[in-house]
Design a protein around this ligand. Sequence first.
Ligand code: NAP
Length: 323
Amino acid sequence: MQKKRVFLTRTLHDFALKELRKKYQIEVHSGKIPIPKNILEKKIKNIDGLICFPYDKIDDTMMDMAENLKAISTYSVGFDHVDITHAKKKKIRVGYTPEVLTDATADLAFSLMMDVMRRVTEGDKIIRKGSWRQIYGAYDYVGLDLQGKTLGILGLGRIGSTLAKRAKAFDMKLVYHSRNRVSKTREKALGIKYVSWEKLITQSDVISIHVPHTTQTDKLFDAKIFKKMKKSAVLINTARGKVINEKDLVLALKKNIIAGAGLDVFETEPISNTHPLTKLDNVVLAPHIGSSTKETREEMARLTVKNLNLGILGKKPIYSVGY
Ligand code: NAP
C-alpha cells in the first residue's frame, strides 16, 4: 500500500523526521521561511498530513485547495495562523502543543521582566561600547526591585498561572485579568487577585501578556492604554506581537510614557536590526524564543508527530482544537 503523504513547512528534529519516514512519504520545505504562499498552495493539494509552524497561514482558501488533507499538526501552542472554524467544517483534525512549553515560556517572561527591571542587557551594551566610565556610582544604572511590585497578568491560563508561581517566590503582589475569572480555590492557591481590565492597566507595575491573538485581543495595547499605565510601568509580551500596536509602543517608550518593555514577539517577524525598537535602550528584545529550550522543543516535536499520527487516522489528536 502506498504510504500517506506528509508535508512539513520547515524541518524538525532528526528523530522526528526519522519517525515520520517510517510511516509516511515525507517532504520537507527547505527554502524561504515562512514558506511562500504559492509553494504551500501547490504542496497542500495532494497531502494527507501537514506539519506547520506559527506564521504559516493556513486559511480557508488554502484548506480548500487540499483534496485529501486529514490532519494539520502545528508545532506551537498558538493556533491563530490556522482557520479552526474552516478546518472543523472540512473535518480536518488540528493538533497543537500546549502544556509542554508552559514552563519554558513562563521562564522567558520572567527573564525579560528581570532583565528590563535590572537593566542587564542595557549594561551589557554599555560595556561592549566601552562606555562604562566609573564603578559603583550612586545613580548609575539603577533598576527597580521586583519584591513588593504589582505584577498584572493578562490571561491567567497555563503560562500566566506558571508565571504567577515564579513571581510569588520573588514576593511580588499578583493581580490578573482574564476573559473568565478562575475559581476562588485556584486564586487562593496562586495567591492572586482578580481585577477589572481598567485596574490591571492602571495599578500594575509590570504587565505580562498571556492571551492568544484573536479579533478581541488584536492591538489591545495602544496609545490610549499606554497613557493609562503607570509612567514607571514595564510591559512584557511573550504571547503574540499583534496584541500590541507596535508603532504606539515605540512612541510610548521613546517619550517615557511607560518605563520599559521586554518583547519576545512582534507584529511581523523577524524584525530587522533597523526596526525602531532596536534604537531604544529601555526595551529588551528576544527572537521569539519562548519555547526554545532543548528539552521543550524536543517534547514539542514528539507531540507534533503524535498529534499528526492520530489526526491522519481520523482520530482526535492528544491536544486538539476544532473537530
Ligand atoms: P491558555 O492556557 O489558553 O491561556 C490563555 C488565557 O487567555 C486563558 O486564560 C484565556 O481565558 C485568556 N483569554 C483568551 N482571550 C482573552 C481575552 N479576549 N481577554 C482576556 N483573556 C483572554 O494559553 P497558554 O498556553 O497560556 O498560551 C498563551 C499564548 O502564549 C498562546 O496563545 C501563544 O500565542 C503564546 N505563546 C507564545 C510562545 C512564545 O514562543 N513566545 C510560546 C507559547 C505560547 P479562557 O480561560 O476564558 O479561555
